[in-house]
Design a protein around this ligand. Structure first.
Ligand code: ARG
Length: 326
């Protein structure tokens, strides 16, 4: 597969696009380094989200082929992808996004807050993930003391604007927000997820550049949907049907290239109109477990002080209230 580097396409703006060039946000500095889990034991063994059905099993060979193509596309775009082995006892471990929340602190230390999964079926994953990341030189920690702390699933947390934006409700618990804010020394903006089909924030929200993000407000309660729309200067809004049937919000961006599981024509137009290039990669076997491209990849290069401001002691902002946690 040949991929044109996006900067080749957009280096010289024509007069018609200069408006856009002014409006267009700066590229995200993060999203060039990922962890992913090779799907050697992927199957649907239990149902913990509405997409999972025991009688609709993935084809292992096709799943591996789709995953390998996704990794090749990301590497072709210049991203680094580190690969973990999948535990035999952890069929959902392929959704690497949920292993933990990685960040680089302002002193340059690579760190990771390991997830504490909501469902016991996924808790073994950490037993392999924690030593893997520790061996790679990352300082690992947990929210609270191991299995007694609040639930945190990292697919709920994204740096955007002035904060770490964290969805809570179906998976991550509200009590995790203050702990995250303190551990990272950042502002956390909590959003309450109410839609059972968008049980992680990454099914409804995808930062694309410093001004632009894919947003599906239908995932959230009213005040949280308003708060998210206020936070994103140039939101590309997805309908509930688009988000659920295409997993379009579960995409990743490398520079100006959005790697997506599907891209309805309307959406492609919106993205190309903002100077993005869209590359579609079919990962439909993984939709049977309820996840897509973002869920299969975990960015390791989000940097406090660069991608989100450092707020010593942390702060939690919930729609309608500000609460210091120092
Ligand atoms: N079967 C997995 C679960 O329910 C899917 C995880 C999807 N991952 C994500 N980052 N949204 O936990």
């Amino acid at each position: 597969m040949t991929l044109t580097h996006p900067t080749d396409l957009h280096a010289v703006p024509s007069p018609e696009t200069s408006d856009l060039a002014e409006r267009r946000g700066a590229d995200l500095a993060w999203g060039r380094h990922y962890a992913a889990v090779r799907p050697d034991h992927f199957r649907v063994e239990y149902a913990i989200n509405p997409f999972m059905h025991l009688d609709d099993q993935p084809d292992p060979a096709l799943a591996l082929e789709q995953w390998e193509r996704m990794v090749a596309v990301l590497r072709g775009l210049g991203a680094r992808v580190d690969v973990l082995d999948q535990r035999e006892d952890s069929p959902d471990m392929v959704y690497a996004m949920n292993l933990g929340l990685a960040f680089v602190d302002p002193s340059g230390r690579e760190r990771m807050v390991m997830s504490h999964m909501r469902y016991p079926e996924r808790r073994h994953e950490t037993r392999s993930a924690e030593p893997f990341f520790a061996a790679a030189g990352r300082e690992t920690s947990f929210v609270g003391a191991g299995s007694t702390g609040p639930h945190l699933e990292a697919g709920d947390a994204f740096a955007f604007g002035d904060a770490l934006v964290v969805g809570y409700g179906p998976r991550t618990e509200e009590a995790a927000l203050a702990q995250l804010a303190r551990t990272l020394d950042v502002r956390v903006r909590g959003l309450r997820i109410t839609h059972p089909g968008m049980y992680h924030l990454d099914l409804a929200f995808c930062p694309l550049d410093e001004r632009t993000a894919l947003v599906c407000p239908a995932a959230l309660d009213g005040p949280s949907a308003d708060a998210l729309l206020d936070l994103v200067p140039d939101p590309v809004v997805l309908t509930e049907a688009e988000a659920l049937s295409t997993f379009a919000a579960n995409s990743v961006v490398v520079g100006r290239t959005v790697v997506m599981p599907a891209c309805p024509a309307r959406l492609r137009q919106e993205l190309e109109g903002r100077g993005f290039e869209v590359v579609v990669v079919d990962v439909t076997e993984f939709h049977k477990g309820g996840g897509s491209i973002r869920c299969l990849t975990n960015p390791l290069d989000v940097t406090v002080g660069r991608d989100l401001p450092r707020v010593p002691g942390g702060e939690v902002v919930l729609p309608g209230a500000v609460e210091g946690v120092a």
